[in-house]
Design a protein around this ligand. Structure first.
Ligand SMILES: N[C@H](CCC[C@H](N)C(=O)O)C(=O)O
Length: 271
């Protein structure tokens, strides 16, 4: 069976997009891992499946390159939303995900903004293994300690550091992703606050590893930096792949804007 796909990215956070609105395209975890393999398949941080929705313009489903499912994916939502914005010719759309209803719009400069909704800050929301203050979670690895955790529809743990380049992210990232306090693992964000409106961020993603950018991770970094009193409500977040603008509205909703791009289209041979 030949299945068409699009390869897209937001700041180098890359996605394979499958359109399953007309016919179902449920891939086995093993197939997802093969498509996600950068040497033997296509390669992606997340696979995004577009599905029909009852109460929104579209449903987005996200899978990591290890085959696991994720509740949220900020850059992927911006990329796939741009397809639906183009297709419908509308200026804004509603997207259903397993974590909730999101809104997306095209801004006058061509970038796409997604309303990721409010963060969830309770220990069981993240989730953490037991009741505790999510702003100070006793996790540590070489060069980092004292995590701030939240859910943006998916779990995030942030560590604030003086100098990002001093960290061995490829070693401590997987160690922290699998920390016993994180029963569903988490996306691990290392945050350097450069100014009250500028953050530098490197994310080790749950189920996908080192990424050039992580949208929900940028939202979590802003939320947790604000909770610690380090930044204002609107920040530029500089990731290895480029900049996102993240803003937390007075009602708590977190808005994320940045560029989207299509790399190529192709066909998968399945079965
Ligand atoms: N790249 C995505 C996040 C993927 C999160 C996923 N790794 C998880 O298991 O939660 C983003 O832009 O928000």
């Amino acid at each position: 069976m030949q299945v068409p796909f699009l390869k897209m990215h937001g700041l180098g956070n890359d996605f394979v997009v499958l359109d399953a609105r007309a016919e179902p395209r449920a891939l086995a975890a093993e197939t997802i891992r093969w498509v996600g393999d950068r040497h033997r398949g296509v390669g992606f941080d997340q696979l995004i499946t577009l599905e029909p929705a009852q109460d929104a313009d579209v449903f987005f489903r996200f899978h990591n390159s290890d085959g696991s499912e994720a509740g949220a994916c900020g850059n992927g939502t911006r990329c796939a939303a741009s397809l639906i914005l183009n297709e419908t010719g509308r200026s804004s759309i509603a997207i259903r995900t397993i974590a909730g209803l999101l809104g997306a719009e095209r801004l006058p400069d061509g970038t796409v903004r997604v309303d990721m909704g409010p963060p969830r800050l309770g220990w069981a929301d993240v989730p953490l293994a037991r009741e505790m203050d999510t702003l100070h979670v006793p996790m540590a690895a070489d060069g980092v300690s004292d995590a701030a955790c939240c859910s943006m529809g998916n779990p995030h743990a942030n560590f604030f550091v003086e100098e990002l380049s001093a960290l061995d992210v490829f070693r401590i990232g997987p160690e922290l992703e699998h920390h016993p306090l994180l029963p569903e693992r988490a996306n691990i964000g290392f945050v350097q606050v450069l100014a009250r409106d500028h953050i530098r961020l490197v994310v080790w993603e749950r189920g996908a590893g080192y990424t050039l950018a992580c949208g929900s991770g940028a939202c979590a970094a802003l939320v947790n930096a604000r909770r610690r009193g380090l930044v204002e409500a609107r920040c530029t977040v500089t990731l290895p792949g480029g900049d996102l603008v993240i803003e937390q509205r007075a009602d708590g909703h977190v808005l994320m804007s940045g560029p989207v791009a299509t790399s190529f289209k192709g066909e998968l041979t399945l079965g």
